[in-house]
Design a binder for this molecule. Sequence first.
Ligand code: SF4
Ligand code: SF4
Length: 58
Amino acid sequence: MSLEINHDRCMHCGACVGSCPENSLFLREFVLEVDESCVECGTCVKTCPINALKLRGV
Ligand code: SF4
Ligand code: SF4
């Protein structure tokens, strides 16, 4: 299982970045990235207003 980012949908609002309890998400030059500290809790998936995130394998 891993976090999948739909880069075509993401509008870089930053809501998911603030929601992550592990600080695993960050925006670098308008591209959302996830690092290896992600524990796949799903919080960011629920936070994204346009469903640009999903956990692969769920
Ligand atoms: S799944 Fe959880 S730990 Fe992983 S990036 Fe999203 S909010 Fe952070
Ligand atoms: S909440 Fe959704 S649209 Fe906003 S930065 Fe995160 S993935 Fe992109």
